[in-house]
Design a protein around this ligand. Structure first.
Ligand SMILES: [Mg+2]
Length: 232
């Protein structure tokens, strides 16, 4: 890692292993301490960019609270702890339809967020096509919303924010400005972040297999932890 790195980290599938349900994810012992040490070494330039809410990230990494982007870049928290929430689109009709859809398909789970929601099918993988078609039908009638595929889930989110925009927003502020961005992530939502880091002369790292614009790769969550430790 460059000495002057600004480190941007995805959470699920990058820092923490997946679990069957999003609330069942367990953080490896020592992860918060590792991140705190890295943050200190990088003069504070470490941020978590996640699809989760800021509150969820804080619960997983307690007692620490990092600069972050929650909800795929919609909610930005700067290094002074102040939060810049985005406008929250009204998706109540879509959410109601999704709850009806899930109610008749055991194992399909609705995860509500502010102005977004995800349909998970990890416990019912045979419903993948039905979930995709249903969520696409919702996205098709909303110009302001986009369908985002993720691992064993599809999410309906606002069309404009993403992790690349979140990386840029942080890079315009202290302590990130003039440092070299390094982005690590594992899935399709991370590609805008990977591309933003590389386009800014930095480093994009893809975790695991699959297509990616990243020029570097780490095998899995354990490899990410090892690589981060080696940078201390
Ligand atoms: Mg991830």
């Amino acid at each position: 890692m460059p000495d002057n790195a600004a480190l941007f980290l995805d959470f699920d599938g990058t820092l923490a292993e997946f679990a069957n349900r999003p609330d069942a994810v367990v953080v490896a012992p020592g992860l918060a301490d590792l991140l705190a040490s890295l943050q200190a070494k990088l003069d504070g330039a470490l941020a978590i960019l996640s699809g989760r809410t800021l509150d969820e990230l804080d619960n997983f990494l307690a007692p620490l609270s990092f600069p972050a982007a929650g909800n795929h870049g919609r909610d930005l928290r700067w290094s002074d702890g102040s939060v810049e929430p985005a406008d929250i689109p009204d998706i109540s009709l879509e959410l109601e339809r999704a709850e009806d859809f899930a109610a008749s398909r055991p194992g399909v789970l609705v995860e509500k967020k502010a102005g977004a929601f995800a349909l998970h099918y990890r416990e019912a993988p045979h419903h993948e096509d039905a979930v995709r078609d249903f969520m696409q039908s919702l996205a098709d009638i909303r110009d302001d919303m986009a369908l985002m595929p993720n691992k064993m889930l599809f999410e309906l989110k606002d069309a404009h924010s993403n992790k690349g925009a979140a990386l840029h927003a942080h890079m315009e502020r202290q302590p990130f400005v003039v440092r070299t961005p390094v982005f690590i992530g594992d899935d399709a939502n991370d590609e805008p972040g990977i591309e933003a880091a590389q386009n800014a002369g930095g480093i994009g790292i893809k975790v695991g297999p699959g297509d990616s614009a990243a020029r570097h790769r780490l095998d899995d969550v354990s490899a990410v932890h090892l690589w981060l430790r080696s940078a201390l």
